[in-house]
Design a protein around this ligand. Structure first.
Ligand code: ADP
Ligand code: MG
Length: 399
């Protein structure tokens, strides 16, 4: 298990100042937060620190102000939503460092909470300048990172601070790291990975890493077409990156050498036009795709076979839908395999971890998001972790 400290390792923090990095980069419309999922994710950490009597200073970025004070990106706009989630009053401080923060700390009592201004209003944030980290740290006693989704970036508030203050993982960071460790770090074998989505090019490094890590690699979505083409299959009008067939073959070779079985669809759902329930819809063998047809989903028999693969596995990590799931009936394969994974997870025979914007949407669409062992909403950080990269924000916690 990784060597990072958690809130359980904190001693008496009464009256001490906690600098807590959270992800409050929430969707907003006309100054109103439209989805508070990320705020709710950070609530356990914030409330536990407040209960322990710390003065809690929240650090977060919002949007891309690029080192300038942009009023429309002020974190003051999330204060109301944060108060609502926490059920507590929250102070807003329009700086991240200096005397204004120092005075605020003087006013706060043990257990009080404040939000500091958008860290990206300062150029030193994205440049990870030591001066900015030191100036922020000057008003705090310890640092807690609860923003896994920002951990793939080495910024002052995600990495620099962990180098200059005693650093701890917050509860949602801890949950994410523990789930990811279980899925790929030290997973129960056999391990399957499901990788789908539109393009091979967007997930080349993910595929290259996974074939060396897992026992079964299930490839679906548009990217399967590139692999099929690499094997000499005529994929018709399908989304396909013909310039990447060489790379696809290299990945298949590496898989072979690593003892990873790659599962490509042998049966597919095709149509001549991309629309809901198109008249030309049909299911066929991959070798029977006509020149004017597109592969838009994995066929039902092939999905059943993929479900049988999952039944032999103890762990699955999933990124990317198997078909163009936003349009019926091209959601069928993704929904079916997701339900199989969910059922196996409920039975206790499978640990299932999934991530990626569209993947999470697809699992909600299938009605099984709750049944998976863990669903990561971290996006970029989740993908970089699937590429086997060290995330600077996590590395700094483990140092
Ligand atoms: P995630 O956001 O989970 O990482 P991606 O963004 O990589 O996933 O891929 C999702 C997209 O891939 C969806 O918009 C889906 O419609 C598309 N897709 C999946 N299969 C196909 C296909 N056969 N042809 C075209 N697009 C596809
Ligand atoms: Mg996506």
């Amino acid at each position: 298990m990784s060597a990072f400290k958690t809130l359980d390792d904190l001693g008496d923090v009464t009256g001490k100042v906690a600098l807590v990095r959270v992800d409050f980069n929430v969707p907003m419309n006309d100054g109103v937060v439209t989805d508070d999922t990320r705020i709710r994710a950070a609530a356990p950490t914030i409330l536990q620190l407040a209960e322990k009597g710390a003065k809690v200073l929240l650090l977060a970025h919002f949007g891309r102000p690029k080192g300038e004070r942009v009023p429309s990106m002020s974190l003051s706009m999330v204060v109301g939503a944060v108060e609502k989630v926490l059920g507590k009053e929250v102070m807003f401080v329009p700086e991240v460092a200096g005397d204004v923060v120092k005075q605020a700390v003087g006013i706060l009592r043990a257990g009080d909470i404040a939000i500091l201004e958008n860290t990206r209003f300062w150029k030193g944030e994205e440049k990870n300048e030591a001066e900015l980290a030191a100036a922020i740290a000057a008003n705090g006693d310890f640092y807690v990172n609860d923003a896994f989704s920002a951990a793939h970036r080495a910024h002052a508030s995600t990495e620099g601070l962990a180098r200059v203050l005693p650093a701890y993982a917050g509860r949602s960071m801890q949950a994410e790291l523990e789930a990811l460790e279980k899925a790929l770090g030290a997973p129960e074998k056999p391990v399957a990975a499901v990788v789908g989505g539109a393009k091979v090019s967007s997930k080349l490094d993910v595929l290259k890493h996974l074939v060396t890590q897992v026992d079964h690699l299930i490839i679906g979505g548009g990217m399967a077409n590139t692999f099929l083409a690499a094997k000499g299959v005529d994929v018709g009008k399908s989304l396909c990156e013909h310039d990447l067939t060489g790379t696809a073959n290299e990945i298949l070779d590496t898989a072979d050498q690593s003892g990873c079985t790659v599962h490509l669809p042998y049966e597919v759902v095709v149509s001549k036009e991309f629309a809901a329930n198109p008249p030309s819809l049909r299911t066929c063998n991959v070798h029977e795709v006509a020149a004017d047809e597109m592969i838009l989903d994995v066929g039902p028999l092939a999905v059943e076979a993929l479900g049988d693969v999952l039944k032999t596995c103890r762990t699955v990590v999933w990124n990317g839908p198997l078909g163009a799931f936003e349009t019926v009936p091209f959601d069928a394969a993704t929904v079916a395999l997701a339900r199989t994974a969910a059922a196996l997870t409920r039975e206790g025979s499978l640990t299932s971890v999934a991530g990626g914007g569209d993947t999470v949407a697809a699992l909600h669409h299938a009605g099984v998001a709750e049944d998976f062992s863990y669903i990561s909403t971290a996006g970029g950080a989740f993908l970089e972790w699937m590429e086997g990269r060290e995330l600077p924000g996590v590395a700094a916690l483990e140092a």
